[in-house]
Design a protein around this ligand. Sequence first.
Ligand SMILES: *Cc1c(COP(=O)(O)O)cnc(C)c1O
Length: 384
Amino acid sequence: MFSPDPLPFALPDVGEEEVEAVASAIRSGWVSTGPKTKEFERAFAECLGGGDLEAVALNSATAGLHLGLEAVGVGPGDEVLVPTWTFTATAEVVRYLGAEPVFVDVMPDTLNIDLAKARQRLSEKTKAIMPVHLAGHPVDLDQLADFASKHDLQVIEDAAHAFPAAWQGTPIGAGASDATVFSFYATKTITTGEGGMLVTRNPELAARARVMRLHGISRDAFDRYRSNPGSWRYDVVAPGYKYNLTDPAAAMGLVQLRRAESMRLRREQIGQRYSEAFGDLELDLPAPLADGTHAWHLFIVRLADAPSRDDFVARLAEQGIGSSVHFIPLHLQPYWRDRSSLDADDFPVATREFDRVVSLPIFSSMTDEQVERVIVATRTALSW
Ligand SMILES: *Cc1c(COP(=O)(O)O)cnc(C)c1O
């Protein structure tokens, strides 16, 4: 039964063009942050429509979420609304700043944050909300902006899954939120190995993030002295962090950025093929997106009946097919559960859906033959 050629759950789609770009960045002598990083920031902002959008390149999305919250002034005593259905990074950055994440249940169709339930979790201390575009399915940006303005909340979007994606005609990252953060981790839709990008229309927020990503050193001050050749002066204006992206990573990012839409189209095609092939099975498929662009970072199916999720995952593995689970809701994780005495019954949708979700392989370098293998393996695992 075991396939001689196991298919991993995810693989980065990188080729010779990326290798050449990284090599040439290294040969240039700029091995830390330099001109390629600047070029990557400009190209990324341009890709989302340009104009007053600013992009700040970072060594992870986690760094971007941290800097975004820091720049809007989240601190001790504040509360931040976070969907329970996300990776722990979304919540941990709230704790970095001494504030408290307040977990919110999700909607049954998209598994994105449920704003009606978020309303019930508001308090005097609520300062911000961090929606996640789960699997690349965009959250409703209009409802989000309404909710945020009505309750006077800052919005930092966790768009780790959502490049490129759009809500109706608006690219994720180009909406009204204070900042949007993308991930270029190895398994994400475009990759720099490790990396991330914070995007904002607020020039002060961008300036703060640029200062804080490199030790709290003020670039304004630095620029002031650049007219004076040979100047060694700079100002430390805050205890910042070490979150800058390197030029070799940025060079890889520039190639991936050019390929982003064609890679997205390939994932969309794979998703369509799965949906066609699974139409008659005891599986719930990802929610359709009526008006917009889905990034198809993940293809999450939900088992309608037996077998159990864990048996299903094991049966796929026996056929050489990797799969994963996105995510274990945070209210079920020991640290978050115990810290705030969270009760699973307060998150009925996430608690129920968690038991039946499985993420199937959906990466752009998959061959048609590999896609068909996943389909056969899935059918077999369900009729074992
Ligand atoms: C991957 C991921 C992150 C963190 O991204 P890094 O670039 O690895 O820091 C944050 N949020 C979600 C939802 C993710 O999937």
